[in-house]
Design a protein around this ligand. Structure first.
Ligand code: GUN
Length: 292
């Protein structure tokens, strides 16, 4: 079994991006500027957004964090999105999800200028992704493809089972891995809460991707010998042995599954850092697309 280490691969990408920033500086060009909107104090979201700002610092991008209280009205948030669309100093921005229940996430997502939508969540970018046209790819699926590519994992002709059909991971990933690209050319099965015979379906997977947010959901008896396992889950579970009282847990029962597989991503340190690296790639791309 080999660990698919997202931290190492993401570090490689950050170095490449840092070099691109230096090159831009030498040529007197603008430095990419990412803004992030964070609503509320959800621990997971705070951690992710903090990591995004830190990655910008490491690469040499500019970053701006905009925070609102949980109770922010939807129209205030919409007005901010529109202001960021118009702000020439901002090249790309994200609104960290999930948002509080009183805010319509789709309405906010659709208000973002697709040219600044570095999360790739806007319908225009998702549509372009489906048709393999230029645009921004959603960060987590793109990060997973980059992880497979940079670790020379063959995908062509493989059976890939994805558990979870979310708009931001499972659904776009099923399209990206099924199309005629490298990585890609998989025979994809998108499994979900209504799937029957999930265990048998998972046992057919050469590549098994879990993205449901249920700790230890994938057990060893669901996994084929030699499979590649990608764990997208990052649930906080209580851990009194840690000073902070919690740790992150993936969707895969790592200890029992790892001995059976050829490659497996750890949690933390697998897909998470790759999601952030993809966002950084998209931010540089946003800048370059402007021809600046
Ligand atoms: N919440 C979970 N993943 C993501 C992501 O990739 N982007 C945003 N904006 N919110 C998320």
């Amino acid at each position: 079994m080999q660990l698919l280490d997202g931290r190492i691969t993401a570090e490689e990408i950050r170095k490449e991006l840092a070099e691109a920033v230096q090159e831009r500086k030498r040529n007197g060009k603008k430095i990419p500027h990412l803004a992030a909107i964070l609503v509320g104090n959800d621990g997971g979201s705070l951690t992710y957004v903090g990591a995004k700002v830190k990655a910008c610092d490491q690469i040499g991008f500019e970053s701006t964090l905009i925070r609102y209280d949980d109770s922010v009205p939807e129209d205030i948030l919409l007005a901010k999105v529109r202001a960021l669309n118009e702000d020439k100093s901002i090249d790309g921005f994200i609104v960290q999800l999930p948002l509080p229940a009183h805010i319509d996430e789709m309405k906010i997502t659709q208000a973002i200028d697709p040219k600044k939508d570095v999360d790739g969540f806007h319908p225009v970018n998702l549509g372009n992704m489906v048709l393999n046209l230029p645009g921004f790819l959603p960060a987590t699926p793109a990060g997973i493809l980059e992880l497979l590519k940079r670790n020379h994992i063959e995908t062509e002709g493989k059976n890939c089972v994805i558990i979870g059909r979310s708009n931001i991971v499972g659904t776009p990933l099923s399209i990206m891995l099924g199309r005629n690209t490298n990585p890609g050319n998989c025979t994809v099965t998108l499994a979900h809460s209504r799937t029957q015979n999930l265990q048998e379906i998972c046992q057919t997977a050469d590549i098994l991707i879990a993205a449901i947010g249920q700790p230890d959901f994938v057990t060893a008896d669901m996994v084929k010998e030699g499979a590649v396992i990608i764990d997208v889950g990052t649930t906080r579970v209580d851990d009194s042995s840690r000073a902070r009282g919690w740790r992150l847990k993936g969707d895969v029962d790592f200890d029992n599954v790892a001995p059976k597989c050829s490659y497996i991503t750890p949690v933390p340190g697998g897909v998470g850092p790759m999601t952030i690296a993809s966002l950084m790639i998209n931010t540089l791309k946003a800048m370059e697309l402007k021809g600046k």
